[in-house]
Write a protein that binds this ligand. Structure first.
Ligand code: CU
Length: 172
């Protein structure tokens, strides 16, 4: 009985793993430089080099003595105003899951840091929306990327179902 339980837990972890691999990504903001005002990191450039999707996770890595993370509105972002944030993170290793489409604005709440460039605008887009503005060339690449994602997700499901069959074979 204990053996059976372990297998079920393994199965659940396996399915969660499959979902994680095919659906979500984790990005450390600023890569190895982290979240800083002195590293000369161009956070807009960093953000522009990525394609963020719903379910992805941002990691803000910084020294909590000198920085923090405030999620703010677009107006507050443009004015570097940290007085009424949507959310505040102060741990120094903060993870933020991008749970919906649209812009996520983050600034550092310490005086002068946002003005010095410690601010980032993350645009979360759906995989299909990137198709619409581009003409002929991109249309050939994008659907294949989407179908390979679909394929890997399907492989995971098939393996999972096979695993479930094996489990029930062992149990009874
Ligand atoms: Cu700062």
């Amino acid at each position: 009985m204990a053996f059976d339980k372990n297998m079920v837990i393994f199965f659940l972890i396996f399915m969660a793993f499959c979902r994680g691999v095919s659906m979500a990504a984790v990005y450390q903001v600023g890569d190895s430089a982290g979240w800083t005002s002195v590293g000369q990191v161009d956070y807009q450039e960093w953000a522009a080099s990525k394609n963020f999707h719903v379910g992805d996770t941002l990691v803000f890595n910084y020294n909590s003595q000198f920085h923090n993370v405030k999620q703010v509105t677009q107006q507050a972002f443009e004015a570097c105003n940290a007085t009424s944030p949507i959310a505040t993170y102060t741990n120094g290793y903060d993870t933020v899951t991008l749970e919906k489409l649209g812009h996520f604005y983050f600034i550092c709440g310490y005086p002068g840091h946002c003005q010095a460039g410690q601010q980032i605008d993350i645009l979360v887009s759906s995989p299909t929306s990137s198709l619409s503005p581009s003409p002929s060339t991109d249309q050939t690449t994008e659907p294949s990327a989407a179908s390979s994602l679909y394929f890997s997700y399907n492989v995971c499901w098939t393996l999972g179902v096979l695993l479930a069959f094996c489990l029930s074979g062992f149990a009874y």
